[in-house]
Design a binder for this molecule. Structure first.
Ligand code: FDA
Length: 302
């Protein structure tokens, strides 16, 4: 892992900066990749995406919550967002990080919170994705998912291709709707591949496996090499278009997002919004140091 990547991942975990940033409003160029701080501005962005044939997965930003009060507030905000999706009639579902609704405070309390959310979403016929966080939270996230799957079918999660255990986890979740990603956190060589080439190879392998399994596949990447290889594979194997989609983050490769939707592929954009933008934005800078230009330009133009 390069020094720059480690540096931004360390910044993303800094508690003081995370809480300070909530008071700043969107700064450092984050407005390019975060769809505002309230439901109104986020809905505007979602409607624009829908007009281009693109669906949205909405992330009411927040993670690493340390108290029950904060977790309850986050749950209430998520329930409000679900209601807004219904009221506005937009084509959208939600992505949720379990640490935002109390995983670090008390896993049983977190389970109650996510059950309430998934149940409300089921009533609206809205899908809920459990985002995958760092390795320390992986098993707990899968355990909670498995409890939810006994009762609900509008829930799925993320498999990170950099992890050695990814293929096994994928195998156990054959029937489940999964988002496949390369992985965004800094993980140790004991648990994860470290070389980009190996991660890319494993990523493509997992995509091919899940495309041939019953569960829906969300291929979440900005990597055009991977996307081209997926296109070739689905054509060769006659994989139906309704069994998978591509996903990218809001503000990234916007033209390519529209082009893929125009080509007839199902496409979903990950739309983060809210005041808790800081850790999310630092991880994006870690992934793609070119994005630092966004941050620097916004500083000099102030
Ligand atoms: P990667 O960063 O490896 O880039 C590969 C190549 O693609 C680059 O060399 C460049 O050529 C090209 N490229 C990439 N970005 C570009 C750009 N903006 N402009 C031009 N060219 C570009 N992670 C996680 O751990 N848990 C999660 O729940 C999620 N969820 C999630 C949802 C969605 C919708 C996405 C898109 C991603 C995630 N991730 C995630 C993040 C994921 O794990 C990964 O860190 C990032 O997507 C970066 O990897 P990529 O596959 O996009 O390409």
């Amino acid at each position: 892992m390069g020094v720059t990547r480690s540096f931004f991942i360390a910044l993303s975990k800094n508690q003081a900066l995370n809480s300070g940033a909530k008071r700043w409003g969107l700064k450092l160029g984050a407005g390019k990749v975060v769809a505002g701080t309230d439901i109104k501005s986020m809905m505007q962005s979602v409607k624009e995406l829908n007009a281009n044939g693109i669906s949205a997965t909405i992330d009411n930003l927040g993670e690493f919550v340390q108290t029950k009060e904060e977790a309850t507030q986050a749950k209430e905000a998520i329930l409000k967002t679900l209601e807004a999706i219904q009221v506005h009639g937009v084509n959208a579902h939600m992505s949720i990080k379990l640490t935002q609704i109390g995983l670090d405070v008390d896993p049983d309390f977190c389970l109650e919170n996510i059950q309430e959310i998934v149940s409300a979403a089921a009533n609206y016929d809205i899908f809920i994705n459990l985002d995958m966080e760092d390795y320390d939270h992986l098993q707990q996230t899968l355990d909670i998912l498995n409890v939810l799957l006994k009762e609900y079918d509008n829930v799925g999660t993320v498999i990170q291709a950099y992890l050695y255990r990814a293929e096994k986890d994928l195998e156990n979740l054959k029937n489940v709707r999964l988002r496949l990603v390369k992985g965004a956190y800094k993980e140790s060589p004991e648990v994860s591949l470290q070389e980009k080439k190996e991660i890319d190879e494993n990523y493509l392998k997992l995509i091919k496996l899940h495309l041939q399994a019953p569960g829906y596949t969300s291929i979440a990447t900005h990597d055009h090499h991977i996307i081209e290889q997926v296109k070739a594979f689905v054509k060769e194997e006659n994989i139906p278009l309704h069994s998978f989609e591509f996903q990218m983050l809001y503000g990234f490769r916007t033209e390519m997002q529209k082009d893929l939707a125009k080509e007839g592929f199902a496409f979903t954009t990950y739309v983060p919004f809210g005041q808790d933008w800081y850790a999310y934005y630092m991880r994006r800078l870690a992934e793609r140091p070119q994005n630092i230009n966004l941050a620097l330009k916004s500083l000099v133009s102030k």
